[in-house]
Design a protein around this ligand. Sequence first.
Ligand code: CA
Length: 249
Amino acid sequence: MSKVLVVEDEQHLAEGLRFNLEDEGYRVQVVETGEAALELLRAQPSGFDLVILDVMLPGKDGFAVMSELRGEGQFVPTLMLTARGHPEDVLKGFAAGADDYLTKPFELAILIARLRGLLRRREWLRASLDASPRAPVTEAPPADEFQFGDKTVNFDRLELHVRDQVFPLTLMEANVLRYLIQHEGTPVSRKKMLEEVWGLHEDTDTRAIDNFMVRLRRYIEDDPSHPRHLLTVRGVGYRFIAEPQANLS
Ligand code: CA
């Protein structure tokens, strides 16, 4: 039975979520503040399969909670609840490390579908990690990987391998990387990325995407302040280079 942590200070909504999620077969715990959520997840790092995290909370908001968790290496799949009319919140959420988001008010059926999507991915990851070499998971597709320099992105496992280090990626980080890789060598505009990766068509402050890129550079660049793979194209956006030419300093 999957355990869901609901972080929401509006009691009416939190209890509604509990009731309906329990009805769907989930075990649910509700906390009302970001501080309580952090405390709980630190005490039980594998205690939950999913987190539903509201942005608007008293004290620490959802963004702060998200980035603290990810900064501590806690990668429990997290769906953020953002306010309608604040499309920049979506980007802020993804930049902080959220895996998915829903805009309030939302339909319960959609929330459940999103949660199932996040859980399926997690289950698949577990299955592929547990599979012994003697019993290959025959139905598993070939590894979905991309290699550049001494780095390999594994899109199935949401991991970036750098030499002997492994960095977990959020779903959205992997999606952005995939998009950049698909357009390797070509400048892609911030607007296009917002539309095609985030599905945002509203007037979003495209500068918000830059914070996200800072985060990606920390993973994929040896020296994030002198990027060689993820380049800024002035006045346009970004360009991904898989194999930068040597000796350019
Ligand atoms: Ca709230």
